[in-house]
Design a protein around this ligand. Structure first.
Ligand code: NAP
Ligand code: 8YV
Length: 320
């Protein structure tokens, strides 16, 4: 029997591409010299997409593929995919939750400590040969501070567990309170920012959260406040964030995600009170391998007649 035809939209890890090729006939969109012709040629046969986070999987792309059944994404965030439209076409969308939760939470805590205690700036100071003069004491500290988590989902809760062990007080904001959670719920993001010393964004991207962290929220966080983002760059109005850092509206920021990756605004690159990471929160060999395996398994299981393992909530399986 011939292997099912799938399109791979983004340059996934070589081990994932190898794993996919064992089961599927893989067609690599990002290598196509003429993407329109590539899609036209494959349209009658393609039944699945394996995606990364770079290429938008929108109505236009899905409508070119009449036999599309499933989109398997590498990553828990799937704001690159119009899952609501996929649902209307009865196309299943899967992501890679849980296998990365603890790794991302570790990185988020690391980034928070680096930012509050200026660890990258202190290391730059040492490497520049300045240790003869003491590094200035940091205004930032995590002691007796309140952490505000924007997005208390799987990763947010794993961050909260770690922060509780660090004796931090914890507030959170979601659209809905988490049932059974003893943490303090704030019904608005502005209230969360006002009530917290450190605002940690772990919210997904997409229209509902776009630029919700804006000038008003940063003003509410205040001049002693620290902003950390491991969620999505699109959640933050980056221009407003740069101004807030330039004008000392907030104290500092630690960012793993940006609005237009891999672009990082020049102004941020020259600031000493920001810590900048290149979207590495899940980027260990073990965790990325586990994500890749789950991406492959979702497709393999679908094509062997089983259920997708981790469908997103817009495309539940079995369908409601
Ligand atoms: P999750 O379990 O679905 O949690 C998402 C949380 O955000 C939920 O608590 C949800 O609560 C809340 N939320 C969603 N939309 C909201 C809105 N409009 N307003 C307020 N709260 C909202 O997802 P997860 O596994 O924790 O992952 C969270 C996100 O982290 C991913 O979507 C991804 O963008 C990001 N991420 C980044 C990295 C990285 O490398 N930096 C790695 C992994 C994940 P309600 O539904 O009640 O609102
Ligand atoms: C991924 C992420 O590494 O899972 C997510 O949502 O942002 C990261 O874990 C990234 O999407 C892969 O490029």
């Amino acid at each position: 029997m011939s292997k099912p035809e799938i399109i791979v939209t983004d340059p996934l890890m070589p081990s994932v591409l190898d794993g996919l090729s064992e089961v599927f006939s893989t067609n690599l969109l990002w290598q196509a010299s003429d993407p329109a012709k590539f899609l036209d040629n494959l349209a009658p046969a393609v039944r699945a997409i394996a995606s990364g986070h770079a290429t938008p999987i929108d109505k236009t792309l899905m409508d070119r593929l009449p036999r599309l059944e499933i989109i398997s994404n590498f990553g828990v965030g799937y704001d690159n995919i119009d899952a609501t439209y996929a649902a209307s076409r009865k196309i299943v969308v899967t992501n890679t939750p849980d296998v990365l939760t603890e790794e991302v939470a570790d990185t988020a805590i690391g980034l928070m400590i680096m930012t509050a205690r200026e660890l990258s700036a202190a290391e730059r100071w040492l490497r520049a040969g300045n240790w003869q003069q003491s590094y200035p004491l940091t205004r930032g500290s995590l002691q007796n501070r309140t952490l505000g988590i924007y997005g208390l989902g799987r990763i947010g809760q794993a961050i909260a567990r770690r922060a509780s062990a660090m004796n931090m007080k914890i507030n959170y904001h979601n659209r809905n309170p988490v049932s059974g959670s003893a943490l303090n719920y704030c019904s608005s993001l502005e209230e969360l920012a006002k009530e917290s010393d450190i605002l940690m964004c772990v919210a997904p991207g997409g229209p509902a959260t776009h630029h919700t962290v804006n000038t008003r929220i940063l003003q509410a966080l205040g001049r002693d406040g620290i902003f950390i983002n491991v969620g999505r760059g699109s959640v933050v109005d980056e221009t407003a964030l740069v101004s807030a850092l330039q004008n000392n509206t907030i104290m500092a920021a630690g960012l793993d995600v940006f609005e237009k990756e891999p672009h990082v605004p020049d102004a941020l690159l020259t600031m000493d009170h920001v810590v900048l990471l290149p979207h590495v929160a899940s980027a260990s060999v073990d965790t990325r391998n586990a994500m890749g395996q789950l991406q492959i398994d979702n497709l393999s299981q679908w094509f062997s007649g089983g259920s997708p393992i981790t469908p997103v909530h817009e495309t539940p399986w079995p369908p409601k």
